[in-house]
Design a protein around this ligand. Structure first.
Ligand SMILES: [Ca+2]
Length: 120
C-alpha cells in the first residue's frame, strides 16, 4: 500500500479573475484510488479561494492507494458548472519521492501538484 501526501497546489497562471462573476480560482480536488469511488476534498466548497498567479493552496492531504491514483483539480463556480483544471496519475512508486507535476489544465490557468511521501 502506498501513502502519498498532496502537499500543495501551486498556481503559475491564474485562470479566472478575482471578483469576476465566476469568483476567481476557487480550488478543490477529486481523487480516485485504484479505480474506486471518487472522493472530493474538501467535501464541499473550495480549499482555497481566489488563488492568484504565484500563490498556492497548502493541502496536506494523505491518500492511500495500491497501484494507481488519479488526482483531478477543479475550480468551483457558483454561477456555472465547475471547471476541470487538469489532473495527474500516480503509480505506487511515485509516493516514495517528492514530485512536481503540471496538471495540464485544459482551461486558461496553469497549476502544479506538489506531492511527497506521507510523513504519517
Ligand atoms: Ca471560480
Amino acid at each position: 500500500m502506498a501513502k502519498i501526501r498532496l502537499i500543495k497546489v501551486h498556481c503559475s497562471k491564474r485562470g479566472e479573475k478575482k471578483g469576476s462573476g465566476t469568483g476567481g480560482d476557487d480550488l478543490y480536488v477529486k481523487y480516485q484510488s485504484d479505480a474506486g469511488d471518487w472522493v472530493r476534498y474538501p467535501s464541499e466548497g473550495a480549499g482555497k479561494k481566489d488563488l492568484d498567479a504565484g500563490e498556492e493552496w497548502i493541502v496536506d492531504l494523505d491518500i492511500l492507494y495500491s497501484n494507481s491514483l488519479r488526482i483531478d483539480l477543479y475550480d468551483s463556480d457558483s454561477t456555472s458548472s465547475d471547471d476541470a483544471l487538469g489532473y495527474h496519475v500516480y503509480s505506487a512508486s511515485d509516493a516514495n519521492t517528492n514530485q512536481v507535476w503540471d496538471t495540464n489544465s485544459p482551461a486558461t490557468g496553469q497549476y502544479q501538484f506538489y506531492t511527497g511521501p506521507s510523513p504519517v
